[in-house]
Design a protein around this ligand. Structure first.
Ligand code: PRX
Length: 652
């Protein structure tokens, strides 16, 4: 067994400094790290002052491990911070959202419009009996009403629980039950891949289960035929539109619940990650300002995440709106009506800041450069990535083909549980390395530790932990305090274990190595799937790769790789290609990491938020019946993979 918790196999020495102009104009300058180190709590107090507080806090933090409270005694309203403040301070005419529906319909919503729409919705919710502390389930397509519904809940001090519109009726029901929601806000449907899809029937199906839901508020988006039960269903336009556009908001305690967001755990039951108000908003606003370098007067900001994920909460709704951003939201899929859709939108709206996920970046690589090259992307000045490790090759492609070598890239590491970005370059400070999230943000303490919880030195791999409480940390797992402690605070004494492997390179930059559950053990070496995947994708013909460890009599586990070829490359290159790829991996990171088997596939199994489901690939690699695949974005993909393998399997 190796003495390290993870092998540190690959090495990257390219670095990219921001341009001098970017450095000179950056929101966050290099002295910010020192400022935060000198007095961490004073630093966070300063960031909390980005918000409007109706009453100031009297204590910064109360830390009873693992339970934190921030800005105690302070009172504020999340919706006021996102909306009223801008209107009162004369920014009501600024565009908050440019909305583009998949069919091409558009809306332009100013801050004044958004305030009025949220007030109407809040008045409607009040009429339905929603009050502080209640839970409201939101099950919507990516349309402005989704954000409006969230902000209306927040305005009343009620908590939203957004359930991604791609989840099934069963998933929706279990989330409604766990949070004990009393209202569901949904739509008849939305547009995806060129056609309307229905949402309301899934709500009807879910509500056949036992719940305390009294009403279902339904936005008419597609106009499709929708079954209505008038004893509880209400059309949004009938109830909301007639309300007053004014609503005096109350100010709530800093620790008032803002939302619950469910995330899958190792057991079947999803975890209700619970966030409160003051600390969460502070860190969402600060990170959005510092990491995305937002210039409110000039930038058009676009985060492509759906509102059903934490990224949509922190970086479509709360962070950007608090900072007065003008942003684009888009309802549909990236390949409708063409694979160039998102690039056309960048050109049309002159998007300057783009925040997306490696899964989309690799998909774009797979489709080929001709799509981005058809649009004028020169408005872009900063690019962001989140959700998975971004392999150096995809990072370089993002930089060159999308950013035209002109945009700093911020690879941001964080989780639903952390609420906001924790590890990321600062775009006007950091000399970035392709594939590294670089270092903890000011005010955040991250370490990489070994099996015993001791910090590993530079050049070593281990487990990523967070050693000090931070403002936007989850306050618990809804209704399950013991699960909260056990899941996050029991692996290493006194620190939060994120579940991710990471390594420090020789300069101390942090490289994320994926979930530790995905680590492979080959002849006693613990090898991260991320490193082997990155090596594969660094070969010209590979667009995407997923690697798993499969049982192996000789070595404990053998490395099995599933690869997707880049656009325009024929898969018929067969055995020669497989040999070349194996040699390539050996050359990049060493013979120990050479895949035992490489399979060329057309698609990879992914969750709806784009994460590869390695568990299912392990089943294939070990010739087992494929396990529970209900969380797959595309239910057919495993069938396609298994069928493809009958012909495409290659081994040497
Ligand atoms: O494994 C890490 C990966 O995504 C996990 C968190 O997933 P979720 O709660 O869905 O939130 C995603 C959006 C914040 C992490 O434990 N992850 C997220 N960002 C990165 C990442 N892995 C590597 N690099 C990242 N930048």
């Amino acid at each position: 067994m190796s003495s390290e918790s993870f092998e540190n196999l690959s090495y990257e020495d390219r670095t990219f400094l921001p341009s001098q102009t970017f450095i000179d104009n950056a929101n966050a300058k290099s002295d910010i790290y020192k400022e935060a180190d000198t007095d961490r709590l004073a630093f966070w107090e300063k960031q909390a002052n980005r918000l409007h507080w109706n009453q100031k806090w009297n204590q910064v933090v109360d830390w009873q491990l693992p339970f934190a409270k921030w800005f105690i005694g302070g009172k504020l309203n999340a919706s006021y911070n996102c909306l009223d403040r801008h209107v009162i301070e004369g920014r009501g005419d600024r565009v908050a959202f440019y909305f583009e529906g998949e069919p091409g319909d558009t809306q332009t919503i100013t801050y004044a419009d958004l305030l009025s729409k949220v007030c109407k919705a809040a008045n409607a919710l009040k009429e339905l009996g929603i009050k502080q502390g209640d839970r409201v389930a939101i099950y919507m397509p990516m349309i402005p009403e989704a954000a409006i519904a969230m902000l209306a809940c927040a305005r009343l001090g009620a908590m939203h629980s957004v359930v991604f519109g791609g989840f099934s009726a069963d998933s929706l029901l279990s989330r409604i039950q766990d949070a004990d929601a009393s209202l569901v806000i949904t739509a008849d449907g939305g547009f995806r891949k060129g056609a309307p899809f229905a949402l309301k029937p899934a709500v009807d199906e879910a509500l056949k289960g036992e719940t305390n839901v009294k009403n279902v508020l339904v936005v008419k988006r597609t106009g499709q035929e929708t079954k209505f039960d008038t004893s509880k269903d209400i059309w949004w336009h009938e109830l909301v539109d007639k309300q007053s556009g004014k609503h005096e908001c109350e100010f709530f305690d800093s620790e008032n619940g803002l939302f619950i967001l469910y995330t899958s755990g190792t057991t079947a039951k999803p975890k209700g990650v619970y966030h409160t108000t003051g600390g969460y908003l502070t860190q969402a606003a600060f990170t959005h300002h510092a990491v995305f370098d937002l210039k409110t007067e000039k930038d058009i900001y676009w985060c492509t995440a759906d509102i059903g994920w934490i990224t949509g909460h922190s970086y479509v709704v709360y962070g950007p709106l608090i900072n007065g951003a003008t942003q684009l939201i888009y309802e549909g899929t990236p390949d409708t009506p063409s694979k160039g859709r998102l690039f056309e939108l960048i050109e049309k709206y002159k998007v300057s800041i783009l925040y997306t996920a490696p899964t989309l970046i690799r998909t774009w690589m797979k489709w080929g450069d001709e799509y981005p090259n058809k649009s004028n992307l020169s408005s872009l000045r900063l690019l962001g990535s989140v959700g998975e490790p971004i392999n150096p090759e995809a990072w370089m492609w993002y930089r060159e083909v999308i950013g035209k070598n002109n945009c700093p890239i911020v690879d941001t590491w964080w989780q639903t549980e952390t609420g906001a970005i924790m590890i990321s370059p600062l775009p006007g400070v950091t000399a970035t390395k392709p594939g590294s999230a670089m270092k903890a943000l000011p005010g955040i303490s991250a370490e990489v530790v070994d099996d015993e919880g001791k910090a590993v030195g530079n050049g070593r791999g281990g487990y990523l932990v967070l050693t000090k409480p931070w403002p936007s940390m989850m306050r618990g797992v809804w209704n399950e305090p013991i699960r909260y402690k056990e899941t996050y605070w029991s692996r290493f004494e006194g620190v939060y274990f994120a579940g991710d492997g990471a390594k420090l390179d020789k300069d101390g930059a942090i490289w994320l190595l994926g979930r530790v559950d995905d680590v492979m053990n080959v002849s006693g070496h613990r090898i991260s799937t991320t490193e082997v995947e990155s090596a594969l994708v660094s070969h010209d013909v590979i667009a995407e790769a997923a690697v798993v460890g499969a049982k192996d009599e000789m070595t404990g586990q053998g490395i099995v790789a599933f690869v997707i070829l880049r656009g325009g490359i024929e898969s018929a290159t067969g055995d020669a290609l497989v040999k070349e790829l194996r040699d390539h991996v050996a050359k990049q990171i060493g013979p120990i990491a050479k895949p035992r088997q490489i399979m060329v596939v057309a698609e990879l199994p992914k969750t709806r938020s784009g994460k590869i489901m390695r568990r299912l690939l392990r089943d294939v690699a070990e010739n087992r019946v494929v396990g529970d695949s209900t969380t797959l974005a595309d239910p057919n993909v495993m069938k396609l993979i298994s069928e493809g393998l009958k012909t495409g399997k290659s081994e040497d």
